[in-house]
Design a protein around this ligand. Structure first.
Ligand code: IPE
Ligand code: MG
Length: 227
Protein backbone atom coordinates (compact mmCIF):
# COMPACT_ATOMS: atom_id res chain seq x y z
CA UNK A 1 0.00 0.00 0.00
CA UNK A 2 2.23 2.80 -1.25
CA UNK A 3 1.83 6.48 -2.03
CA UNK A 4 0.13 7.96 1.03
CA UNK A 5 2.84 10.55 1.57
CA UNK A 6 2.88 11.66 -2.07
CA UNK A 7 -0.92 11.85 -2.10
CA UNK A 8 -0.76 14.25 0.85
CA UNK A 9 2.13 16.26 -0.62
CA UNK A 10 0.16 16.80 -3.83
CA UNK A 11 -2.48 18.48 -1.69
CA UNK A 12 -0.01 20.42 0.47
CA UNK A 13 -1.16 18.35 3.43
CA UNK A 14 0.94 16.64 6.10
CA UNK A 15 1.88 13.01 5.37
CA UNK A 16 -0.49 11.90 8.10
CA UNK A 17 -3.44 13.10 6.00
CA UNK A 18 -2.42 10.57 3.37
CA UNK A 19 -2.39 7.77 5.92
CA UNK A 20 -5.81 8.83 7.14
CA UNK A 21 -7.18 8.78 3.59
CA UNK A 22 -5.72 5.29 3.14
CA UNK A 23 -8.23 3.72 5.51
CA UNK A 24 -11.08 4.06 3.04
CA UNK A 25 -9.02 2.29 0.38
CA UNK A 26 -8.24 -0.55 2.74
CA UNK A 27 -11.93 -1.18 3.37
CA UNK A 28 -12.75 -0.82 -0.34
CA UNK A 29 -10.11 -3.35 -1.33
CA UNK A 30 -11.10 -5.83 1.38
CA UNK A 31 -14.73 -5.67 0.22
CA UNK A 32 -13.76 -5.90 -3.45
CA UNK A 33 -11.47 -8.87 -2.87
CA UNK A 34 -14.08 -10.70 -0.85
CA UNK A 35 -16.80 -10.04 -3.42
CA UNK A 36 -14.51 -11.24 -6.20
CA UNK A 37 -13.99 -14.53 -4.37
CA UNK A 38 -10.38 -13.92 -3.36
CA UNK A 39 -9.71 -16.29 -0.47
CA UNK A 40 -6.36 -14.92 0.68
CA UNK A 41 -5.60 -11.22 0.87
CA UNK A 42 -2.50 -9.77 2.49
CA UNK A 43 -1.95 -6.10 3.17
CA UNK A 44 1.54 -4.73 3.81
CA UNK A 45 0.83 -2.07 6.39
CA UNK A 46 4.15 -1.50 8.19
CA UNK A 47 7.60 -2.89 7.50
CA UNK A 48 10.56 -3.54 9.75
CA UNK A 49 12.17 -0.60 7.91
CA UNK A 50 9.25 1.80 8.51
CA UNK A 51 10.54 2.31 12.07
CA UNK A 52 13.08 4.66 10.46
CA UNK A 53 10.34 7.22 9.87
CA UNK A 54 10.00 10.23 12.19
CA UNK A 55 8.67 9.31 15.63
CA UNK A 56 5.50 11.32 15.22
CA UNK A 57 4.61 9.61 11.93
CA UNK A 58 5.21 6.17 13.47
CA UNK A 59 3.10 7.08 16.49
CA UNK A 60 0.34 8.39 14.22
CA UNK A 61 0.31 5.16 12.21
CA UNK A 62 0.13 3.02 15.35
CA UNK A 63 -2.83 5.03 16.63
CA UNK A 64 -4.57 5.09 13.24
CA UNK A 65 -4.28 1.35 12.83
CA UNK A 66 -5.44 0.81 16.37
CA UNK A 67 -8.56 2.88 15.81
CA UNK A 68 -9.23 1.22 12.45
CA UNK A 69 -8.93 -2.28 13.88
CA UNK A 70 -11.40 -1.47 16.64
CA UNK A 71 -13.80 0.37 14.35
CA UNK A 72 -13.96 -2.23 11.60
CA UNK A 73 -13.89 -5.37 13.76
CA UNK A 74 -17.68 -5.89 13.57
CA UNK A 75 -17.70 -5.49 9.77
CA UNK A 76 -14.82 -7.93 9.35
CA UNK A 77 -16.57 -10.47 11.50
CA UNK A 78 -19.90 -9.98 9.73
CA UNK A 79 -18.21 -10.50 6.37
CA UNK A 80 -16.70 -13.82 7.44
CA UNK A 81 -13.14 -12.57 7.19
CA UNK A 82 -10.49 -14.29 9.27
CA UNK A 83 -7.92 -11.67 10.31
CA UNK A 84 -4.38 -12.26 11.43
CA UNK A 85 -1.24 -10.21 11.82
CA UNK A 86 2.10 -11.14 10.37
CA UNK A 87 5.26 -9.80 11.96
CA UNK A 88 3.96 -8.20 15.13
CA UNK A 89 6.94 -7.99 17.46
CA UNK A 90 6.83 -7.38 21.16
CA UNK A 91 7.69 -5.02 22.68
CA UNK A 92 8.24 -2.78 19.67
CA UNK A 93 4.53 -2.60 18.96
CA UNK A 94 2.57 -0.69 21.61
CA UNK A 95 1.01 -3.30 23.94
CA UNK A 96 -2.50 -1.87 23.47
CA UNK A 97 -2.20 -2.29 19.70
CA UNK A 98 -0.86 -5.83 20.04
CA UNK A 99 -3.85 -6.57 22.27
CA UNK A 100 -6.28 -5.21 19.67
CA UNK A 101 -4.62 -7.38 17.02
CA UNK A 102 -4.98 -10.41 19.30
CA UNK A 103 -8.64 -9.56 20.00
CA UNK A 104 -9.49 -9.24 16.30
CA UNK A 105 -7.67 -12.50 15.57
CA UNK A 106 -9.77 -14.24 18.21
CA UNK A 107 -13.02 -12.55 17.17
CA UNK A 108 -12.66 -13.67 13.56
CA UNK A 109 -10.82 -16.93 14.17
CA UNK A 110 -13.64 -19.18 12.94
CA UNK A 111 -14.31 -17.22 9.74
CA UNK A 112 -13.25 -18.77 6.45
CA UNK A 113 -14.78 -16.73 3.64
CA UNK A 114 -11.45 -14.94 3.23
CA UNK A 115 -8.23 -14.79 5.22
CA UNK A 116 -6.88 -11.28 5.64
CA UNK A 117 -3.24 -11.17 6.69
CA UNK A 118 -2.04 -7.77 7.78
CA UNK A 119 1.73 -7.56 7.60
CA UNK A 120 2.70 -5.24 10.41
CA UNK A 121 6.26 -4.75 11.57
CA UNK A 122 6.86 -7.34 8.88
CA UNK A 123 10.13 -8.21 7.21
CA UNK A 124 10.56 -11.09 4.79
CA UNK A 125 14.21 -11.59 5.68
CA UNK A 126 13.42 -11.66 9.36
CA UNK A 127 10.86 -14.42 8.79
CA UNK A 128 13.42 -16.47 6.88
CA UNK A 129 16.02 -16.04 9.62
CA UNK A 130 13.43 -16.99 12.25
CA UNK A 131 12.59 -20.15 10.30
CA UNK A 132 16.29 -21.09 10.11
CA UNK A 133 16.66 -20.56 13.84
CA UNK A 134 13.58 -22.63 14.53
CA UNK A 135 14.92 -25.52 12.44
CA UNK A 136 18.30 -25.40 14.18
CA UNK A 137 16.71 -25.19 17.62
CA UNK A 138 14.55 -28.18 16.76
CA UNK A 139 17.71 -30.14 15.92
CA UNK A 140 16.57 -30.85 12.36
CA UNK A 141 19.44 -32.62 10.55
CA UNK A 142 20.78 -30.68 7.54
CA UNK A 143 19.74 -33.38 5.08
CA UNK A 144 16.13 -33.11 6.30
CA UNK A 145 15.98 -29.39 5.48
CA UNK A 146 13.93 -29.17 2.31
CA UNK A 147 11.92 -26.36 0.78
CA UNK A 148 8.81 -27.94 2.30
CA UNK A 149 10.22 -28.44 5.80
CA UNK A 150 11.74 -24.96 5.72
CA UNK A 151 8.45 -23.36 4.67
CA UNK A 152 6.70 -25.18 7.50
CA UNK A 153 8.79 -23.09 9.92
CA UNK A 154 7.70 -19.77 8.45
CA UNK A 155 4.91 -17.87 10.22
CA UNK A 156 1.42 -18.96 9.07
CA UNK A 157 2.68 -21.94 7.08
CA UNK A 158 -0.86 -22.60 5.83
CA UNK A 159 -0.66 -19.44 3.70
CA UNK A 160 -0.42 -20.47 0.05
CA UNK A 161 2.30 -19.03 -2.16
CA UNK A 162 1.45 -15.52 -3.29
CA UNK A 163 -0.16 -15.41 -6.76
CA UNK A 164 -0.31 -11.68 -7.31
CA UNK A 165 1.41 -8.70 -5.73
CA UNK A 166 -0.06 -5.26 -6.32
CA UNK A 167 2.17 -2.33 -5.42
CA UNK A 168 0.50 1.02 -5.91
CA UNK A 169 2.11 4.40 -6.65
CA UNK A 170 4.30 3.13 -9.49
CA UNK A 171 7.23 2.07 -7.31
CA UNK A 172 8.71 -1.20 -8.52
CA UNK A 173 10.37 -2.81 -5.51
CA UNK A 174 9.76 -5.80 -3.24
CA UNK A 175 10.72 -3.92 -0.05
CA UNK A 176 11.22 -7.09 1.98
CA UNK A 177 7.65 -8.36 1.54
CA UNK A 178 7.02 -12.08 2.14
CA UNK A 179 10.23 -12.90 0.29
CA UNK A 180 9.87 -16.65 0.45
CA UNK A 181 6.19 -16.69 -0.51
CA UNK A 182 6.45 -14.39 -3.55
CA UNK A 183 8.97 -16.60 -5.38
CA UNK A 184 6.57 -17.16 -8.31
CA UNK A 185 4.17 -14.27 -7.84
CA UNK A 186 2.96 -12.12 -10.70
CA UNK A 187 3.51 -8.40 -10.10
CA UNK A 188 1.52 -5.36 -11.11
CA UNK A 189 2.50 -1.76 -10.42
CA UNK A 190 -0.50 0.51 -10.90
CA UNK A 191 0.59 4.17 -10.93
CA UNK A 192 -2.35 5.29 -8.80
CA UNK A 193 -1.50 6.33 -5.23
CA UNK A 194 -2.94 4.13 -2.52
CA UNK A 195 -5.46 6.69 -1.15
CA UNK A 196 -6.93 6.99 -4.67
CA UNK A 197 -6.98 3.24 -5.30
CA UNK A 198 -10.55 1.88 -5.43
CA UNK A 199 -12.40 -1.35 -6.14
CA UNK A 200 -12.29 -0.83 -9.96
CA UNK A 201 -8.50 -0.47 -9.82
CA UNK A 202 -8.29 -3.67 -7.82
CA UNK A 203 -10.48 -5.52 -10.30
CA UNK A 204 -8.33 -4.22 -13.15
CA UNK A 205 -5.28 -5.71 -11.41
CA UNK A 206 -7.10 -9.05 -11.13
CA UNK A 207 -7.92 -8.83 -14.82
CA UNK A 208 -4.28 -8.17 -15.68
CA UNK A 209 -3.33 -11.18 -13.58
CA UNK A 210 -5.82 -13.35 -15.47
CA UNK A 211 -4.14 -12.43 -18.77
CA UNK A 212 -0.73 -13.54 -17.55
CA UNK A 213 0.55 -16.93 -18.59
CA UNK A 214 2.09 -18.55 -15.55
CA UNK A 215 4.73 -21.09 -16.46
CA UNK A 216 6.53 -21.64 -13.14
CA UNK A 217 9.75 -22.09 -15.09
CA UNK A 218 8.19 -24.55 -17.54
CA UNK A 219 7.09 -24.02 -21.13
CA UNK A 220 3.65 -23.02 -22.40
CA UNK A 221 1.23 -26.00 -22.63
CA UNK A 222 1.05 -25.81 -26.45
CA UNK A 223 4.82 -26.20 -26.77
CA UNK A 224 5.42 -29.04 -24.37
CA UNK A 225 4.30 -31.80 -26.71
CA UNK A 226 0.93 -32.23 -25.02
CA UNK A 227 -2.08 -32.22 -27.34
C1 IPE B 1 2.52 3.83 2.39
O1 IPE B 1 2.61 5.14 1.94
C2 IPE B 1 2.17 3.73 3.86
C3 IPE B 1 3.16 3.07 4.73
C4 IPE B 1 4.30 2.55 4.35
C5 IPE B 1 2.84 3.02 6.14
P1 IPE B 1 3.96 5.97 2.12
O2 IPE B 1 3.92 6.63 3.44
O3 IPE B 1 5.13 5.07 1.89
O4 IPE B 1 3.82 7.04 0.96
P2 IPE B 1 4.99 7.68 0.06
O5 IPE B 1 5.81 6.54 -0.50
O6 IPE B 1 5.81 8.54 0.95
O7 IPE B 1 4.25 8.44 -0.99
MG1 MG C 1 6.33 4.68 0.26
Amino acid sequence: MDGNGRWAAQRSLPRTAGHRAAERTVIDVIEAARSAGVEWLSLYAFSTENWRRPDDEVAFLMELVRRAVRKHAPLLRARGIRCRFLGVTHPRIPPALAQDFADLTTLTGESRRMTLTVAFDHGGRRDIVAAARSLIRGGVPAEDVTEESFAAHLPFPDTPDVDLVIRTSGEQRISNFMLWQVAYAEWVFPPVLWPDFRAPHFLECLHTYQQRERRFGGVPPKQNGAP
